[in-house]
Design a protein around this ligand. Structure first.
Ligand code: ATP
Length: 211
């Protein structure tokens, strides 16, 4: 199964990295593919440009065979839509390969505002990770989608190319990129929230100092 984990990664932190490792083990797959976005559609513009965010991500996963980076969204002009990435992957991997995307409940709560969101379940499975403080409400289109296509086990995802949803509870770390950016800007240390190599590079590049 090809599992993509998209995000702004502004910057990548241990919350992202632990989530990826936990998922890899929980779903019994060889690799999780981290997909940094170029221009995020649903939020303010990032504090670091996409090339710097990509460089930090590469540093973060160095030496970890279970994680890899797909930089395809940086090669597309304009806003990075997940549906476009999934269409490309489906064309490359063929109709039968299981593809899944992972998203936190914070991001999934607004799933029905994503570009062409109805097409996404036709292209891939959706794995929704419960993020503390961002519990999904039981009504609304995202909740309906989750329920209507719900799988009971990861094995079901391996058996079909797409179309299912899976909710997973993982021991998540209470770390956010927003908190890290705010700490750096305020002159506080974000050390131990993200890999040392990433923090060293942020300092070397002078990132996240401005407002
Ligand atoms: P920001 O604070 O800038 O919004 P973020 O830390 O939420 O950033 P994103 O790059 O926006 O990170 O998140 C990408 C994906 O990672 C989202 O699906 C989000 O739910 C998930 N995620 C973010 N932080 C964590 C965490 N600490 N543990 C698990 N998942 C996380």
């Amino acid at each position: 199964m090809h599992l993509i984990y998209g995000g702004t990664f502004d910057p990548v932190h241990h919350g992202h990295l632990r989530l990826a490792i936990e998922l890899k083990e929980r779903l019994n797959i060889e690799q999780v593919v981290l997909v940094p976005c170029h221009v995020p559609p649903h939020r303010a513009q990032p504090g670091a440009d996409s090339h710097n965010r990509l460089a930090l991500l590469r540093l973060a996963i160095e030496g970890e065979p279970g994680l890899t980076v797909d930089d395809r969204e940086l090669g597309r002009d304009g806003v990075s839509y997940t549906v476009d990435t999934l269409r490309q992957l489906r064309a490359e991997l063929g109709a039968d390969e299981p593809i899944a995307m992972v998203v936190g409940t914070d991001a999934f709560a607004a799933f029905d505002r994503w570009h062409d969101w109805q097409v996404i379940p036709e292209l891939a499975h959706i794995i929704v990770v419960n993020r503390p403080g961002a519990e999904l409400t039981s009504d609304g289109l995202p909740a309906e989608l989750l329920l209507a296509r719900q799988a009971d086990s990861p094995e079901q995802l391996h058996a079909r190319p797409g179309g299912l949803t899976l909710t997973v509870d993982l021991p998540l770390l209470a770390i956010s990129a927003t908190g890290i950016r705010e700490a750096i800007q305020a002159g506080r240390s974000p050390r131990y929230l993200l890999p040392d190599r990433v923090w060293a590079e942020i300092q070397a590049l002078g990132l996240y100092l401005g407002s």
